[in-house]
Write a protein that binds this ligand. Structure first.
Ligand code: 5GP
Length: 108
């Protein structure tokens, strides 16, 4: 299924974004409304609406692990000494864009 979200559009280059990292599986770009000095969104390119949609299987664990490791890699590349990660899950968890993403934020 094609990813209908704004992040799908960014992945397909139908919408502009300030991309700070990209590889075959992941993309990361600056949040359009930053709430920290550094506020990056890290997404898998595969369309997965929420964290809760990762299957509880070795494959799901691998995908989720890679997402976190990618966030860590970007933090290292940006030279962040400290940062925090936030993931909103579901509308009631504050999620606005239904393509899974990690908020990588730092005020350090
Ligand atoms: P959520 O609440 O879903 O975890 O966070 C979605 C985030 O995406 C918000 O922080 C919002 O500012 C950001 N955002 C929404 N639309 C766009 C967009 O078109 N481009 C970028 N770069 N960020 C967006």
């Amino acid at each position: 299924m094609e990813n209908p979200t704004v992040f799908g559009k960014i992945i397909r280059r139908e919408l502009p974004a300030d991309i700070v990292y990209e590889d075959e599986e992941f993309i990361a770009f600056k949040d359009i409304r930053p709430r920290s000095k550094v506020h990056i969104l890290v997404c898998p390119k595969e369309y997965i609406p929420t964290l809760a949609d990762y299957p509880d299987t070795p494959e799901g664990a691998l995908k989720l692990g890679k997402l976190m490791l990618t966030a860590n890699r970007i933090a290292r590349q940006l030279g962040l000494e400290g940062y925090f990660i936030r993931i909103h899950v579901g509308e009631k968890g504050g999620q606005e864009v239904f393509h899974v993403h990690v908020h990588l934020r730092s005020d350090a």
